[in-house]
Design a protein around this ligand. Sequence first.
Ligand code: SF4
Length: 941
Amino acid sequence: MFGASLGSLNLKDLKLKTSQEAPAYRGWEDLYRQKWTWDKVAWGTHCVDCYPGNCPYRVYVKDGLVWLEEVAGTFPTIEPGVPDMNPMGCQKGAAWSQLLYAPERVLHPLKRAGERGEGKWKRVSWDEALGDIADAMLDAIQELGPESIIAEGTPAQGGMMAGLFFNRIIGLLGGVETDVNAVINDFSPGIYLTFGKFNPASSNDDWFHSELILFNMVNPVYTMMPLYHFWAEARYNGAEVVLIAPDCSPSHVHADYYFPVQPGTDAAMALAMCKVIIDEKIYNAPFMKDQTDLPLLVRLDNRHFLRGRDVKAGGLEDQFYFFDSKTQQVVEAPRGTLALGEVDPALEGSYSATLKDGKVVEVVPVFELVKERLADYTPEKAFQICGVHPDSIRLMARKMAVKKTAILCGGTSFKYYHADLMVRAYLLAGALTGNWGKKGTGPIEWSTGMFDGPYLYFVKQEPGPEETKRILKQVDEVRKVVKAQDPTLTDEMVAIEMNIAMAHTIGMVPPHFFWYHCCGYRENWNKREWNDPSMVRPFDDYWKEAADKQWWKGVDRPGPNTPTRVYIECGGNTLRRSRGGGTQLLKNLWPTCNMIVTIDWRMQTTGMWSDIFLPVAHHYEKVTFHIPTPHVLTLTFSDKAAEPPGDVKPEAEIVFLLAQKVEERAKARGLEEYIDNQGNARRLDGLYNALTLGGRLTEPEDVADEWVRDSVLTGALPEGTTLETLKEKGYVRFVDWGISALALNQAAPLKPDETHAAFRWHVEDKLPYPTATRRAQFYIDHDWFLEAGEELPVHKDHPKVGGDYPFQMTSGHNRWSIHSMNITNRIMQDTHRGRPHLVMNTDDAKARGIEDNEEVYVFNDGGSFITPVKLSPSVRPGQVIAYNGWEPLQFREWRGPMDTEIGMIKWLHMAGGYGHLRYSPIQWQPAPSDRAIHVDVKKLD
Ligand code: SF4
């Protein structure tokens, strides 16, 4: 498409060696042999959100073009007796170079030449494009303040060297960057509510140690191809795999058991498992007593925890109590350790506690309340809700009680409206059976951290190790001051406190304020029928209460009177990704914006609706790093194997140029200083220097080298690691966690010859958890949770999000793309039908007279789309599956499933003012749900 109008990327256009003499050959075999030669080999990987990714590839270059890549397979064995991670790769990665030369690749800055979305563009210079953007930013600052400039937080498409630079310049301007974890809907509130962090995740190879593996919230055969072999190998090692899913998902062929749960009813099944474990007394009492809040005392008069402030004048808000079975007294639960010493906390019974005013109240351990709640969850009753046979529930419960169990928390664990309840119920089963903090166990969600260099870079004043050491010394001093105020804080807790303090100074904010004020979601969120019935007041009442109590103070940006004027997305493809998609954003956000910028390597739906399109270099055409994860534990490097084509530039260079352009235009306007929406004075004449450390690091390679060297100084990377060593080897394994809270959340030793199992500091060393109770917490006595009956895990029916329609539409990553990337890759398309489809149960389709591959009309109260269906008996009646990742522009009228997905958030996730229920970057915040949306499906007229 764009190749045709702007000059496609091929040998002829690039004026490569077209005049070379043709080699002598004897037949087609020689041509074939000639094909398998190359000029150069470089390291590469695919720095996109293909979590966990980090697959090292060898990238082969011929005549200046990347024409082939292959998995490197060079990871060593870490733990003797445990398989290594090789080969690490997937079919998308193996065909990635197709995207470099695909027709949708954009080679020059583009400016809209017609109406938005009309598809008319003109090629412009970087100077003109960046000048227009700079002017729009300055206009926005002068009209409404910098909070009218919004950058979408995304993992971007260029790894660590991409989105961070845009975020930084937006932050320097006083603009707003939406928190990536809510934007991508990957925040798991259930794990966070329980542990005070959502992201502890064992390394992939640790799964080999599992004895029971629950594929309960994930379809790993589609979504975790490079790692799948560990589950297969674990089965050779004696492990059993259980698939729990509404559809007979593609992972079922590798499972030992399949439990066909009704959509959104996992909590009922898991709570019934808990009941079996308790009734049969096969629970792990020592683990429950020292790791969880199950022995903490709750007052029956108000259903709140018994706290220090109840018991004595000046008592602490976060002092909790046990009943000691040995001394028969109510005693303080230690705050600085999980070790119980001589105390034996009661899990059962009813006791008396004397309050500071002399009043005597009845108190019970949380475990008693859990038992009370579970009375409603016999396997037989749960069967009525979830559809899993009572015998299967009992079987699973008994297995979990004796086996090292891993719980895979993929998309289902955060994309259902009540996903938090489902996860809390599974984690309760984990708590009763001691299933985290040892090898082969625990919940597994996404995670990152460890690569400290980028974050240090943005607080450094100048390059070099001395400046880094100065900052690390400052960090250490702050840490000491915080610890001096409360010596019971762990290093992890201190790092979290520092992270929260930083949240107010960087531009990142939870995006629900942006969605509510600027994108029209307020109307949807206030629809009572789309919310849970236990939301007893209108949504806006909770919104107002959260505001009045200042639970989100400092990050409640943009404010209600600041419509968006400039919107920038870098690799996020907002209109595809956002729940509500075009229905919501084109109607509400787009009209207020004077400038919409898409930064990407390929034209996609959001780009088509933008004013300016800035083309970026692919990985393979710039230096960058994959987002590191504890799953793989390496910093994986992607080198500049080939020159970027056309006018394409890497993101870092674009931001440096933009900073210069903003400074230049601001100077011309006489606008060098202004007051931002928070009342802070900001200057515009230091942007470039702040981004390039005084103009001394202007080349992306130099910045990358600085990041690597600084990560050595924090102790995360081994001594001697530099960009040069990465160019030789392609990756390096982390040797320690470094300084970030995200990394310390792993709470486990990182050893060179062992798999990583999260939570070990808690379980082995008895370090407290960063929750309100400092224990894994199942009882949340926040008033909103008590009002909703969600103080403990419970099953709630999925609300009728989208309206009262007969089908529930589920989703998941598809097999053929990383989000919408690769979806137009010709090789990938040839492996399937090559266009979007909705998977539908064969009998449901027959009842409606719908044939396979026939186009149907899918609709609800939020929107509609037209798509072909793919019939499959593996989908349960009443369910339809719209796999994630199709580009809206692949559908008629550019409307796809995202237009019906509504984007509901759960009101309880706006709760604050309570222990760990407070915002820090990529942690506690509301995120939209998109599973089990109610729709109807009709034949087209
Ligand atoms: Fe690995 Fe992701 Fe590349 Fe696939 S796309 S090979 S998972 S890095």
